[in-house]
Write a protein that binds this ligand. Structure first.
Ligand code: RIB
Length: 311
């Protein structure tokens, strides 16, 4: 039997990641010498689009870049991975989004300047309605204006599509957005921020249940090296173990996870199977430097799965 090809739409951000490696982060007011700097295509939306395309999904993106060299190279990065970028507009006189990323002591810290992402507007979603109708699942994050996210979710539901919301970076959300969301995917700290509840092991399930009560279809919480947890009315609460790997760079791990989750669901996997597939994709992504540069191809995830199964 041939597997159904996933059809994924992403409405979200594109950033140029300026990645600096240093032995340790500076204290406030201190200067430290870095070891290397890399300019790597990023942005949660674009990362998710690239990851989905590399996993074999027919993928389209709606977003905005500035009319500068960074904008041009972000568009090229999408196209190189096979993402349909017709929905990404170029805004004159505005800088492309930038993420300043410090890699130190095995972790990262990120400051994002939205730039052109702030110009990704509800009218762009309306103009892209026909494009959106080609997909069967919509992936959203929170690095573009909230009104645009809401319009995209409404449009997707009107078109009968499923909506996956990655609530990153976390912020307070309108009730309507919860009700429009089929799968919400906070990490542990985003879950804490959204619910105001304790999210350590004992509190985790109750916090996730709170999001179900607000109207989402199901909740998937990513837990870094500890794997993930999912909660749905049909399947209840389940933990999925993390996969031990040699970590090089965790930037974009959540994006790899979300893209794979959307692909898996669009291909017809059930929630636990899609979460499992997402965990394997994210585990591979963290073994490489850079957000988009680190996104694995489908055949690499399949080979990794074979190795995990002792094949
Ligand atoms: O999720 C990782 C991404 O967050 C980076 O690529 C950076 O651009 C920030 O948006």
């Amino acid at each position: 039997m041939t597997q159904k090809r996933a059809k994924v739409a992403v409405v979200g951000s594109l950033n140029m990641d300026v990645v600096v490696k240093a032995k340790r982060p500076p204290e406030m007011g201190e200067t430290v010498m870095g070891e290397a700097v890399h300019f790597i295509p990023g942005g949660k939306g674009a990362n998710q689009a690239v990851a989905a395309a590399r996993l074999g999904a027919q993928t389209l993106m709606i977003g905005a870049v500035g009319d500068d060299p960074f904008g041009q190279s972000l568009l090229e990065s999408l196209q190189k991975s096979g993402v349909d970028s017709r929905g990404v507009k170029t805004v004159s006189g505005v800088a492309t989004g930038i993420a300043s990323i410090l890699l130190a002591e095995g972790d990262n810290s990120i400051v994002v300047v939205a730039g052109a992402n702030g110009r990704c507007l509800p009218e762009d979603v309306e103009a892209g309605r026909e494009l959106l109708s080609e997909a069967d699942i919509l992936l959203l994050q929170l690095e573009i204006p909230l009104e645009t996210v809401l319009t995209a979710a409404r449009t997707a539901k009107e078109l009968g599509k499923r909506v996956v919301l990655n609530p990153a970076p976390a912020r307070e959300l309108p009730d309507e957005l919860y009700r429009l969301t089929d799968v919400i995917t906070p990490n542990r700290s985003e879950l804490g921020l959204l619910t105001g509840r304790p999210v350590e092991e004992e509190g985790l399930e109750a916090a996730m249940r709170e999001l179900l009560d607000r109207g989402v279809g199901c909740v998937v919480t990513t837990l870094g090296a500890r794997g993930a947890a999912c909660l749905s009315p049909e399947g209840g609460f389940r933990r999925v173990e993390g996969i031990p790997v040699e970590v090089v760079d965790t930037t974009g791990a959540g994006d790899a996870f979300n893209a794979a989750l959307a692909c898996g669901l669009s291909e017809g996997m059930d929630l636990p199977a899609a979460v499992d597939f997402a965990g394997r994709t994210a585990a591979l992504a963290v073994t490489r430097l850079g957000a988009q540069d680190g996104m694995p191809q489908r055949k690499e995830v399949e080979a990794f799965t074979k190795r995990l199964n002792g094949g």
